[in-house]
Design a protein around this ligand. Structure first.
Ligand SMILES: C[S@@+](CC[C@H](N)C(=O)[O-])C[C@H]1O[C@@H](n2cnc3c(N)ncnc32)[C@H](O)[C@@H]1O
Ligand SMILES: [Zn+2]
Length: 364
């Protein structure tokens, strides 16, 4: 089966993991990730880099799209059928690129690339060490293991990410911040400072782009942005502290309920608004998800740099009142002197620097 995406046409298997004719049998292709790939190409067009590693290429769709955007492309896969299909897909588009039948960890330990893109099945952790060494400028990471990341599969999250995740009502952002924590700590081990410049959580995957910079002092500054989140499930109060020496809050200061502590999570900005706007502007009209991608990026760019978000409906449930319209709700917070923004995590979500008691008072 042929699919056209972002101006290129590639052959992909009939269905995911499905048996199809020819040597594409079993090679992975997920049409739902088109937005992920459109945003990736937006990033590649926005930054001033030359070489791109599609670390787990499968059908080669990312490699083809990056080559089409003018990149010097290298791709790897451990699956022979994937390698053959990726080579054919580059060829059919008249594009150059090296496709290696190799464990990409071995490749990344030997070769540098300006941009390294990890798109594994599940967790990216087994590839993170080699990737921060191989990437010169940017590291792009997809994680699809959202249950471990957000605390729904607690032990698995602790094992993979070396952090305590908690299944709060802002679970998607918990997952992102646990992933960022692990990536920042992995980079720091090699005296590399990793700084997230764009992150989003969409249809059950987490995607983040980190700017890499060499230097022990710079890496130390990133570590200073890790810390702990305390959260009350009863009234949705939360607080955070940037520290590696945990000092958990035992009792919710707002309602007296018991609290949960998560961490170390990334507490710093998950995006750089200027960068995100440049990426939005670099997405061509012809991309299949152009409107959706730009809409997502505009929302991300406008998000406050608070490490957690609220779900307005969950708050009103706690207050035993019907929820009000979001625009008026956010306007009330601003009128009371607080910052407030929507978030890309959902239509009823928002960020603010007001605590839960101040929110109640501001919108009452
Ligand atoms: C989720 S798919 C990649 C999808 C592709 N990037 C896309 O956008 O459609 C993951 C791929 O990683 C490959 N893979 C798994 N372990 C690998 C390893 N150690 N080195 C290289 N490739 C690997 C699998 O064979 C599979 O094709
Ligand atoms: Zn409470």
């Amino acid at each position: 089966m042929e699919v056209s995406e972002g101006g290129v046409t590639v052959a992909v298997p009939e269905e995911r993991h499905g048996a199809s004719e020819g040597s594409g049998d079993g090679v992975f292709y997920n049409p739902v990730q088109e937005l992920n790939r459109d945003v990736t190409v937006g990033v590649l067009r926005a930054v001033d880099c030359d070489s791109y590693l599609d670390a787990m290429t499968a059908s080669g769709v990312r490699a083809v799209r990056a080559a089409d955007a003018g990149y010097d492309v290298t791709a790897c896969d451990v699956d022979e059928d994937a390698v053959a299909l990726a080579r054919r897909n580059l060829e059919r588009n008249g594009l150059d690129g090296e496709v290696h039948h190799r464990d990409v960890n071995a490749h990344m330990h030997e070769h540098y690339h300006d941009v390294v893109d990890l798109d594994p099945f599940g967790t990216p952790v087994p590839f993170a060490d080699a990737a921060v060494r191989s990437g010169r400028e940017y590291l792009c990471v997809t994680a699809t293991d959202t249950a471990p990341l957000c605390g729904a599969h607690f032990e698995s999250g602790v094992r993979s990410y070396g952090a305590v995740p908690r299944n709060t009502e802002f679970h998607a952002e918990m997952g992102l911040r646990v992933l960022l924590s692990a990536l920042v700590r992995t980079a720091a081990r090699y005296d590399v400072a990793a700084r997230p410049v764009l992150s989003h959580v969409s249809s059950h995957y987490v995607r983040t782009y980190l700017r890499l910079e060499s230097g022990a002092r710079a890496a130390d500054r990133r570590i200073e942005e890790l810390g702990y989140l305390d959260h009350c499930q009863r009234c949705l109060w939360r607080d955070h502290e940037a520290t590696l020496v945990a000092d958990p809050v035992e009792e919710c200061p707002n309602c007296g309920g018991s609290t949960w502590t998560a961490g170390p999570v990334w507490l710093g900005p998950a995006h750089d608004a200027g960068f995100v706007r440049e990426v939005a502007a670099a997405i061509p009209d012809g991309f299949g998800t152009a409107a959706e991608s730009r809409g997502l990026l505009e929302t991300v760019a406008d998000e406050l740099h608070e490490p957690t978000h609220y779900d307005q409906h969950r708050l009103y449930e706690r207050w035993n009142e019907p929820a009000t319209a979001m625009d008026g709700f956010l306007a009330a917070l601003r009128a009371a002197g607080f910052d407030a923004s929507r978030t890309h995590y959902g239509g009823t979500t928002f960020k603010t620097n007001a605590d839960v008691a101040a929110i109640r008072e501001a919108v009452d």
